[in-house]
Unconditional design. Structure first.
Length: 217
């Protein structure tokens, strides 16, 4: 009998290249994407999901009168799907505390910077403008602190002389597409957990000093 795979829901807002990386790796991995939800009707990632016959839903935040109502509708939809893990992949809405608490320890996010540096948006431009020699990507558990939940893995890229935000973003995305499926499969196998606001891999606490090494495993 086939071993049941970890059921994940992916939340997107745009292109969905990370979604594509997850779709591709899920074919030979221990997780299965059971639904894709977008807050933007035009998100290209919805086409990627449809192409793979993955059910999609649109929950357009502009049709809700408040952030709380949007969060509640999104949370109710996710709960109906009943996934083990919620994966934010370029999902450009901040999730409120009630959403985060409802799925505590079961939400991952990927962020294009070496957190805690550059939370928020425009990370590539900010890294270049700061004169940083290195930039990269972080995967973390989601808590109510924006881009501030416990770190799980990071991957670095060099910032090159005369880099543009677009060129740097493309270099970071290549790493994102490797690191995210890897972290999702850690969760799916039960190796990765959030305990007392710490990320634990194989029962060891992940610290800022070792998340880079962990991403090599
Ligand atoms: C990625 O850089 C991701 O880290 C950030 O938004 C971007 C989404 O890209 N959160 P894509 O939609 O997966 O192509």
């Amino acid at each position: 009998m086939e071993t049941p795979r970890c059921r994940i829901v992916v939340l997107i807002s745009g292109n969905g290249s990370n979604l594509q990386a997850l779709i591709d790796s899920s074919r030979a991995s221990n997780f299965k994407i059971v639904a894709v939800i977008s807050n933007k009707p035009e998100a290209y990632g919805l086409q990627r999901a449809k192409h793979e016959d993955i059910p999609t839903q649109i929950i357009d935040h502009t049709t809700f009168e408040s952030r709380t109502k949007f969060d509640k509708a999104l949370a109710d939809t996710v709960e109906d799907i009943n996934p083990e893990l919620i994966v934010l992949a370029g999902f450009m809405r901040i999730l409120g505390n009630s959403f985060v608490m409802r799925f505590k320890g079961r939400i991952l996010n990927i962020h294009p910077s070496l957190l805690p540096k550059f939370p928020g948006t425009n990370t590539h431009k900010r890294a270049i403008d700061s004169g940083d020699k290195e930039h990269g990507v972080s995967v973390h558990f989601v808590t109510s602190e924006l881009d501030g939940g416990p770190l799980i893995a990071q991957e670095k890229v060099p910032v090159l002389k005369d880099d543009t935000p677009q060129a740097l973003a493309a270099r970071v995305l290549e790493k994102e597409h490797i690191i995210y499926p890897k972290v999702v499969s850690w969760f799916a196998s039960g190796r990765l957990k959030m305990k007392n606001n710490d990320a634990m891999l194989d029962d060891e606490k992940l610290l800022l000093s070792n998340v880079l090494i962990q991403s090599q495993k």
